[in-house]
Design a protein around this ligand. Structure first.
Ligand code: FAD
Length: 457
């Protein structure tokens, strides 16, 4: 009796219900990962995520080998490759985690049809890549929640499934083989300070954060320079950490830090249930009627200044440079840079979202597109017209300017608060800095944004 476990966005052995179920049902299993050509064709594996994925696969393979098994990697059309492996292994069961994007749903459906036509059974496991699957909690009169707070109230009352222990032994049929594992070193164009991927790195991060970090999370998570958020996001994206396990641990731990982390994990599920109900929101405005006036502006010079971190607004430039250098950006910085592009520069949010998706190692359709919409005011924010002021925000969340000075060396010698508004420096001091003037005056940006709104009314 042989089963295939298809790994997708769940590249771990801890708390892995599909693997558990396969091991319970079968003597041997084939742990399979398919590098789906459709993902590459859609441009969804840019260098940072491809490099991180290589780490994840290498780590998963090593952990399976420690248990007597190995990872089988194939490339091509996912459905065709799975069917090929299933027939080579003569497997009767295939286990995988549920995905929640339109792409994942279509792929799963094709796979189900192909396998069932061949007399095999596909088991799709819920609550592997999310803590609470879309559709589990719904409001009385709609198919999904459009507002976070009532969603969270219900979400937080749910009892989650127990955590599945990692397997002790995995035996893989010898004749089923794969291709060589991709290597991180073979990927070009990767951010120089990209985080290490893989379940090993994830578990080390988890242990370290629990020991030192979580307690202060609630107080310091908006402090840009302190950088005290968990950085679990790429691990959650690739599934090297389990959201169910994290919620269990945090609830057990208790306290303001753990509670705040649980709330953020609920945001992740919240956006997934929006996207599952409205798959089109990945591309088009979630609130199309109300916000048909939202910008479709494509201003090349403004966009380039934003993308390269040369807008003349230090906190924006620091954040945009961090994004390229690390493939990651602090949440507060994501809010500021997104608001700056979509509102102050009044550029189409989708242009910014695409730039983020290219660079972010945690780049994720649900989290990225829906957070962008939230900030742009086209999404689920209940105050869609607020505009974040990058100077006020910088003074609040980077009070002594350390974040700016870390990423914008041109301003390394400037103290706070001038470091957040270098245009206010005296003539000669300002002239000595090799740093651009603001691309737009904040009041002019605000005026353009408000005019557009008025015109639409
Ligand atoms: P922590 O603060 O430690 O939070 C723990 C976890 O909670 C995160 O890892 C994440 O999984 C989840 N989380 C936290 N905040 C949010 C949120 N607002 N929405 C959904 N989940 C959240 N997150 C991504 O994972 N991928 C993206 O592509 C992405 N794009 C974003 C784009 C914009 C414009 C904005 C404003 C936010 C975006 N986020 C995205 C959400 C958030 O910024 C990141 O999840 C967070 O900064 C990751 O750092 P962390 O793991 O240290 O977060």
């Amino acid at each position: 009796h042989v089963s295939v476990v298809l790994f997708t966005a769940d590249l771990r052995l801890h708390d892995h219900p599909p693997l558990r179920a396969a091991l319970d049902a079968s003597d041997t299993v084939v742990p399979l990962f398919v590098r789906d050509q459709a993902v590459t064709a859609a441009g969804f594996d840019p260098p940072n995520r491809r490099a991180f994925l290589a780490d994840c696969l290498a780590d998963l393979d090593a952990s399976l080998r420690e248990r007597g098994g190995r990872l089988v990697v194939r490339s091509g059309d996912l459905v065709e490759e799975v069917c090929r492996v299933v027939s080579e292994a003569d497997a009767d069961e295939i286990h995988m985690a549920a995905g929640h994007t339109a792409f994942a749903a279509r792929r799963e459906e094709r796979l189900r049809r192909a396998l069932e036509a061949d007399g095999r059974r596909l088991f799709v496991h819920d609550a592997v890549t999310v803590a609470v699957p879309p559709g589990t909690v719904t409001p009385a009169s709609a198919d999904h929640f459009a507002v976070f707070t009532p969603y969270f109230r219900q979400w937080d009352r749910l009892v989650l499934r127990p955590v599945a222990p990692p397997p002790r032994r995995v035996s893989v049929p010898g004749h089923v083989t794969g291709e060589p594992l991709p290597a991180r070193g073979d990927v070009g164009g990767v951010s120089p300070a990209l985080m290490a991927g893989g379940e090993g790195a994830a578990r080390r991060r988890l242990t370290a954060y629990w020991r030192k970090g979580l307690d202060a999370y609630d107080d310091t998570r908006d402090d840009l320079a302190a950088d005290t958020t968990s950085r679990f996001s790429p691990h959650l994206h690739f599934g090297t950490l389990s959201p169910v396990e994290l919620v269990h641990r945090a609830r057990k731990q208790g306290g303001p830090g753990a509670d705040a982390l649980v709330r953020q994990l609920a945001w992740r599920d919240f956006h997934r249930q929006v996207l599952a109900a409205r798959p089109g929101a990945a591309r088009a405005d979630y609130r199309t009627k109300r916000d048909s006036w939202r910008s479709r502006r494509t201003a090349a010079a403004d966009i380039e200044a934003w993308e390269t971190g040369r807008t003349g607004y230090p906190v924006i430039d620091a954040a945009m440079r961090q994004l390229r250098h690390e493939g990651w950006m602090h949440n507060r910085a994501r809010l500021l840079t997104a608001s700056f592009l979509a509102k102050t520069l009044y550029v189409d949010w989708r242009i910014g979202a695409a730039h983020f998706l290219h660079w972010l190692v945690d780049g994720d359709v649900a989290n990225n597109q829906l957070n962008w919409q939230w900030v742009a005011g086209t999404g689920t924010d209940t105050r869609p017209n607020r505009v974040l002021n990058p100077v006020t925000q910088a003074k609040r969340y980077d009070p002594d300017g350390a974040y700016v000075r870390r990423w914008v060396p041109e301003l390394a010698g400037v103290g706070a608060p001038a470091v957040h508004e270098p245009w206010k420096l005296a003539g000669p001091e300002r002239a000595a800095l090799d740093y651009p003037e603001p691309v737009v005056e904040l009041s002019a940006g605000l005026y353009r944004f408000r005019q557009a709104r008025e015109r639409a009314r």
